[in-house]
Design a protein around this ligand. Structure first.
Ligand code: NAD
Length: 329
C-alpha cells in the first residue's frame, strides 16, 4: 500500500497548488482530499484520515481522540503557523512530527495595510463616499510615530523591515528576543510595559498559549498611551474583546485593526461590531495570498517527503518534553 497524504480542509483545491499534489504523487504517495467543498464533521474527518501517513491540516482540531483515528500518522503539517488546534503533547507522545508554514511576508504586509487603513480612516471614507456623503476630516500619518511590536519572531521582524521606510521608531518585546536581529533592523528592545507605555501603535505577533490568553485586558490596555492605536493579526484569544471595546468607546484608544477574533467564524454578537468609526476588521485573512498558498503547498509536500526519508519538516515545531508549546524553529 502506498503511503497516504490527506488534505482534510475544504479549501485545499483552491489553496493548495496542483504542483504540491503532483510532487507528492511523483514521490509515490496517494493523495486523498476533502472534495465536499464544506467543513467535515468529526466523524467524516476521522474516516478521511484513517490511513494517513501525513496530514496537511487547516484549522480543524487534532486532539487525542481525532489522532487516535489515524494510527499510521507520522507527520502533520499545519497549512499556516498557529498550532493552537493541535494536541502537541499527544503528537510528541506518539512520535508524530509536526511542521508549519512560514507566511511572514503576507501577514506583515497585511498588518501594515491595516495600520495605514486605520490611521487614514479608510473604511469610514469608503462607506461615506458610497452613501453619497462628502465626509472630509483629518486622519493620521504613520511617519514620526512609535510602533511597538509584541512578539519579535518571523512576522514581527518582517514587519519591522517593512516599516523601516516610514520614518518610525520601532520598539519590540519578546521574552526570547534575538538582540542581533533587533539591532540589525534598528529595533529597540524593551520590556512589555515599556512597549505599551511608549508606543503610538501596538501590534501583536506572538502565539496563543495558555499563558498568553487575554494578554491584552483591562489592566494592560490601561497601560497604553492615551489615544494610541492597537493591531491584532496574531490570535483572537490574546485579547479580551470586551475590554478592547471599552477602551475604544471611552476614547482611551483612538482605533483598532483586528484580523483575528476570540470566536471564528465571528457571530453578530461580537462586542466589537457595535463600534464602526474607529475599527478596521478582516476575517482572518492576513496570510491569505496567492503567493503564500502556492509556497505553502510546495513546502507541505517537501516537508512530507523529507519526513518519509527520515528527515525533519522544513519548519519543524520543537516537541521536546521541556517545550511542547508549539514554538517553531
Ligand atoms: P514565530 O514563532 O516566528 O514568532 C513568535 C514570537 O513570539 C517568538 O519570537 C516568541 O519568542 C514570541 N513570544 C512568545 N511568547 C511571547 C510573549 N508572551 N510575549 C511576547 N512575545 C512572545 O511566529 P510568527 O510566524 O512570527 O507568527 C506569530 C503569530 O502570528 C503566530 O503565533 C500566529 O498566531 C499568528 N499568525 C496569524 C496569521 C493570520 O492569518 N492572521 C497568520 C500567521 C500567523
Amino acid at each position: 500500500m502506498k503511503p497516504v497524504v490527506v488534505f482534510p480542509f475544504r479549501h485545499h483545491s483552491t489553496l493548495v497548488c496542483p504542483k504540491a499534489k503532483e510532487m507528492l504523487r511523483d514521490a509515490g504517495f496517494d493523495v486523498v482530499c476533502n472534495d465536499t467543498g464544506r467543513i467535515l464533521s468529526r466523524d467524516e474527518q476521522k474516516d478521511l484520515i484513517h490511513d494517513a501517513f501525513a496530514i496537511v491540516a487547516g484549522t480543524e482540531k487534532y486532539d487525542a481522540d481525532m489522532l487516535s483515528a489515524a494510527p499510521r500518522l507520522k507527520v502533520i503539517i499545519r497549512f499556516g503557523v498557529g498550532t493552537d488546534s493541535f494536541d502537541l503533547d499527544e503528537m510528541a507522545r506518539r512520535g508524530i512530527k509536526v511542521g508549519v508554514i512560514s507566511n511572514c511576508n503576507a501577514v506583515a504586509e497585511f498588518t501594515l495595510t491595516l495600520i495605514l487603513g486605520m490611521l487614514r480612516h479608510l473604511p469610514e471614507y469608503d462607506s461615506a463616499v458610497r452613501e453619497g456623503k462628502w465626509s472630509r476630516f483629518e486622519s493620521y500619518e504613520l511617519s514620526g510615530k512609535t510602533v511597538g511590536i509584541i512578539g519579535f519572531g518571523r512576522i514581527g521582524m518582517r514587519l519591522s523591515e517593512l516599516l523601516s521606510g516610514f520614518g518610525v521608531r520601532i520598539l519590540a518585546y519578546d521574552p526570547c528576543l534575538n538582540h542581533e536581529a533587533a539591532e540589525k533592523r534598528n529595533v529597540k528592545a524593551c520590556s512589555f510595559d515599556e512597549v505599551l507605555r511608549e508606543s503610538d501603535i501596538v501590534s501583536l505577533h506572538l502565539p496563543s498559549l495558555p499563558e498568553t490568553y487575554h494578554l491584552m485586558n483591562h489592566q494592560t490596555f490601561e497601560k497604553m498611551k492615551d489615544g494610541a492605536f492597537f493591531v491584532n493579526t496574531a490570535r483572537g484569544a490574546l485579547v479580551d474583546e470586551v475590554a478592547l471595546r471599552e477602551v475604544l468607546k471611552s476614547g482611551k484608544l483612538r482605533g483598532a485593526a483586528i484580523d483575528v477574533f476570540e470566536t471564528e467564524p465571528v457571530d453578530a454578537g461580537n462586542p466589537l461590531f457595535s463600534l464602526k468609526e474607529n475599527t478596521v476588521m478582516a476575517p482572518h485573512i492576513s496570510a491569505l495570498t496567492y503567493e503564500t498558498n502556492y509556497n505553502a503547498g510546495i513546502i507541505s509536500a517537501e516537508s512530507i517527503i523529507r519526513v518519509f526519508n527520515n528527515s525533519e519538516p522544513i519548519y519543524p515545531v520543537r516537541m521536546t518534553k521541556e517545550n511542547t508549546k508549539g514554538e517553531t524553529k
